[in-house]
Design a protein around this ligand. Structure first.
Ligand code: COA
Length: 374
C-alpha cells in the first residue's frame, strides 16, 4: 500500500465575465419581450406575466456577484438566452478537452511532472459533451499520457468522488500518477430564462494530480482518507438524455431538459446531511472540527456554506478558515471546492489538517481529509 498525496492543482478560468447587473438587464429584456408576446393571454388572466430579476436578490440569496463563461454573447442576447458554442468537427479537440488541458498543464507544472508520466486520467464532471468515446481518453491522448482513462459523473460531487477513485488506485498500486480533471460547462445546462435559477452557474475547469507521497517533488497534501455517500432525491434533476429522440412526442425542448431544482428543499435537506457527513468522517479518523485548519466547501450558496462551516467547526469560522470563491465564479458544480482548495491552500503549515467537501445532485456528498506535508 502506498500513501496517496495531492501534489498539484490547476484552474482554467474562461476570459469572459458576466456581472449580476449585466445578467439582470438581459433577463429583464427577455421577460419584457415574453410579456409583450403573451399580452393577450396575460390580460385574459390565462397566464401570469414574467417578473423581473434583480441583482440585490441574487447577491442576498446566493452571495454570487459574477460568473465566468465561455460565451456571454448568446447568454446576454434576449433573443437567444443560451451560450453560442459551435459544433466542432471530429478532428478538432472537444471544448471540454480544451478546457481540461489548460487546467491539467497547470496542475502538472505545479507537481513538477511530465504528462507522459501520468497513467490514469479521470474526467469527472456534471455533464459530458458526448456519450463516447470518453472525454478522458481524448484528454489522455492530447496530453500524451499513458495508462488508462475514463469519465465519471456524480454531478456536483464528481471531483471528490473522482479523487477517491484515483487515491484508492494510487494506494493499491493499480495507478502511480493520476490526474482528476473537472471541465464544467455549466452555462450549457443552465436555464437562463428561469428567474429562480438564471444566476446560479458559471464555467471553469479544475485539475488535481494525485501520486505516491514518496514521489512528491515539493510540498504535498497527503490524502488521509476519503468518504463518499449518496441518497436519492429528485430535488436537483435534469431529464435530458440519449432517449430524447425516441419519445413518441418527438424531440422536445422541455424545461426539465435543463437544470431544475427545488432550491429551498435542497438547502434544508443538504445542509444537515453534509455537516453530519463531515463530522462522522472526522470522528472516524479521531478528529473533530476543531482540528481543521481549513474547510474547502462546495461553492453553491454562501449561507449554506456558513451554516455547514459553523456546525462543523462548532463556531463561526474565520473567513480564511472557510474560503469562498462563489462571489467571483458562481456555482461551478464539481469544480467549486477544488478552486477554493487551489487558491487557498498554499499558506498551510506542515501537519495542518484540511478537508475538501462537495455536495449536490443525487443527493451526493464527498469529503477528502488532507494533511499538509513539507
Ligand atoms: N430576482 C428577484 N426575486 C426573485 C428571483 C430573482 N431572480 N428569484 C426568486 N425571487 C423571489 C421569489 O419570487 C420569492 O418571492 P416571494 O417570497 O414573494 O414568493 C423570493 O424571491 C424567494 O425565492 P426563493 O426561490 O425561495 O429564494 P431562496 O431564498 O430560497 O434562494 C436559492 C434561492 C436558489 C439561491 C437558494 O434556495 C439556494 O441556494 N438553494 C440551494 C441551491 C443549491 O445548492 N443547489 C445545488 C445546485 S448544485
Amino acid at each position: 500500500m502506498y500513501q496517496p498525496a495531492i501534489t498539484g492543482t490547476g484552474v482554467f478560468t474562461p476570459e469572459q465575465v458576466i456581472t449580476n447587473d449585466e445578467l439582470v438587464v438581459a433577463f429583464n429584456a427577455y421577460a419584457d419581450r415574453m410579456n409583450a408576446k403573451n399580452a393577450e393571454a396575460i390580460a385574459a388572466g390565462e397566464m401570469a406575466p414574467m417578473e423581473h430579476s434583480s441583482s440585490e436578490f441574487i447577491f442576498k440569496a446566493s452571495g454570487i456577484e459574477q460568473r465566468y463563461v465561455i460565451d456571454k454573447s448568446g447568454v446576454l442576447d434576449p433573443e437567444v438566452m443560451h451560450p453560442h458554442l459551435r459544433q466542432r468537427s471530429d478532428d478538432e479537440l472537444s471544448l471540454m478537452a480544451e478546457m481540461a488541458l489548460d487546467a491539467c498543464q497547470k496542475a502538472l507544472d505545479m507537481a513538477g511532472i511530465a504528462a507522459e508520466e501520468i497513467d490514469l486520467v479521470i474526467c469527472a464532471a456534471s455533464n459530458m459533451e458526448r456519450a463516447y468515446p470518453a472525454i478522458a481518453i481524448e484528454i489522455q491522448k492530447a496530453l500524451g499520457a499513458g495508462g488508462f482513462a475514463f469519465d465519471m459523473n456524480v454531478a456536483c460531487s464528481s471531483a471528490t468522488f473522482g479523487i477517491q477513485a484515483a487515491a484508492d488506485m494510487v494506494r493499491s498500486g493499480s495507478a502511480t500518477k493520476a490526474i482528476v480533471v473537472n471541465p464544467e460547462i455549466c452555462s450549457g445546462h443552465l436555464e437562463w430564462r428561469d428567474r429562480d435559477c438564471h444566476f446560479i452557474f458559471g464555467d471553469v475547469a479544475t485539475a488535481t494530480v494525485i501520486e505516491r507521497a514518496e514521489d512528491a517533488k515539493g510540498a504535498r497534501f497527503d490524502i488521509l482518507s476519503t468518504r463518499c455517500a449518496t441518497e436519492f432525491s429528485n430535488n436537483i434533476r435534469n431529464n435530458n438524455g440519449f432517449l430524447r429522440r425516441s419519445r413518441p412526442s418527438g424531440v422536445e425542448d422541455r424545461r426539465d431538459m435543463q437544470f431544475m431544482q427545488n432550491g429551498r428543499k435542497v438547502f434544508k435537506e443538504v445542509v444537515p446531511m453534509v455537516s453530519a457527513h463531515i463530522l462522522a468522517h472526522l470522528d472516524d479518523e479521531g478528529f473533530g472540527g476543531e482540528n481543521l485548519r481549513r474547510l474547502w466547501l462546495h461553492q453553491a450558496n454562501k449561507s449554506m456554506n456558513d451554516f455547514i462551516g459553523k456546525k462543523v467547526m462548532g463556531r463561526t469560522p474565520e473567513r480564511e478558515e472557510q474560503p469562498n470563491i462563489l462571489q467571483d465564479y458562481a456555482n461551478t458544480s464539481s469544480a467549486g471546492s477544488i478552486i477554493a482548495f487551489a487558491k487557498y491552500s498554499d499558506d498551510l503549515d506542515p501537519g495542518d489538517l484540511g478537508l475538501v467537501c462537495s455536495f449536490g445532485a443525487g443527493y451526493s456528498v464527498g469529503s477528502v481529509l488532507l494533511r499538509r506535508e513539507a
